[in-house]
Design a protein around this ligand. Structure first.
Ligand SMILES: CC(C)(COP(=O)(O)OP(=O)(O)OC[C@H]1O[C@@H](n2cnc3c(N)ncnc32)[C@H](O)[C@@H]1OP(=O)(O)O)[C@@H](O)C(=O)NCCC(=O)NCCS
Length: 292
């Protein structure tokens, strides 16, 4: 096996999706339009991303996002035929070395805590577990969201996605969000929406989210990506925003599923979501590689 590496810029989107599909195996299908969306919202840098070739056949990919000197491993896969031979470790080492040459100072990634194989591999390449993310899930029925969550004097209205900017700035004391919930991502999701809540004291809260209708095995769902709360605002405001977002998207809240991905475990929102009655559906590790 003679392996060479080339920038992902040399493959078209359909070719990348085909390689992505083949490398994962197991029936999952990567779609060019979905990949294009992800590349945009996660700032995937195709020049920095690498494809591994066995002769002329692409057999592995490492897709890297870039924001200034920071980088993020969006995805990483090796074709079944080439696994277990050290190629994954070498591709990760090569892409990190090339990123460092291009001025990157750190690479981050998230990995499901039960993926022992991937965690070992990332560890071999020098990544360290720096914190844990929580994934929350519950239906409106489990959260008992209902009309009474909207006191008559509160006003909840849709607003421009850019409304999230001052709320994001005000949340500076909170742990940094995961890569795809940072401001550049929040402002580029094609289907992002924002609701703002005004109570008797004025602007009290904002919810940035995507409402995704049922598809395949996924139910109708609201995916909150950022929550802003004025000091003193809390559970009631959050309940009201969740209820309004579900009702606006699907006409009712009870059978809507709320999913929050990659919430840092020590954030105020993580505590609030637990107080709201949401259960932790999974945990993931935030792993980082610091360049020498
Ligand atoms: C995770 C993944 C990228 C690993 O790729 P890989 O090329 O098999 O990785 P490596 O060969 O470097 O390491 C795999 C194992 O082979 C072992 N190995 C390394 N070099 C070897 C060699 N020359 N001969 C035999 N075994 C070797 C490693 O020690 C490792 O063993 P371990 O699991 O006990 O730690 C691959 O399984 C994959 O693409 N999975 C699907 C996509 C995915 O899950 N991506 C990660 C998302 S978090």
């Amino acid at each position: 096996m003679r392996i060479t590496y080339q920038s992902a810029l040399h493959l078209s989107l359909p070719e990348l999706a085909e390689l992505h599909t083949a490398a994962y195996g197991g029936g999952w299908v990567s779609k060019p339009d979905k990949l294009a969306d992800i590349f945009r919202t996660q700032n995937v840098d195709l020049k920095l991303s690498l494809i591994a070739y066995d002769g002329r056949r692409p057999v592995g990919l490492a897709l890297l996002g870039r924001r200034r000197a920071h980088s993020w491993l969006y995805d990483f896969a090796i074709a079944h035929s080439h696994r277990g031979k050290g190629l994954g470790t070498r591709l990760l080492q090569t892409v990190s070395r090339e990123a460092a040459k291009a001025g990157i100072r750190d690479v981050e990634l998230d990995v499901w805590e039960k993926r022992d194989d991937a965690i070992r591999l990332y560890g071999r390449a020098g990544f360290q577990h720096v914190r844990t993310y929580l994934m929350f899930q519950a239906t409106g029925q489990q959260l008992r969201l209902n009309d009474s969550d909207l006191p008559a004097e509160w006003q909840i209205t849709p607003d421009l996605v850019e409304t999230v900017i001052p709320w994001y700035a005000a949340a500076e004391g909170e742990p940094e969000p995961a890569w795809d919930r940072r401001l550049p991502s929040l402002l580029t999701y094609g289907d992002a929406q924002v609701m703002v809540l005004v109570d008797a004291e004025g602007m009290a809260a904002c919810l940035h989210y995507a409402a995704r209708p049922a598809a395949g095995t996924d139910p109708n769902r609201i995916r909150p990506m950022f929550v802003g709360l004025r000091q003193g605002a809390g559970l009631l405001h959050l309940r009201a925003l969740f209820y309004a977002a579900a009702r606006n998207a699907f006409g009712q809240a009870a059978s809507t599923t709320f999913r929050i991905a990659l919430e840092p475990e020590n954030s105020s929102l993580a505590k609030l979501l637990q107080d709201l009655g949401m259960s932790v559906a999974a945990r993931a590790f935030d792993m980082r590689l610091r360049m020498a």
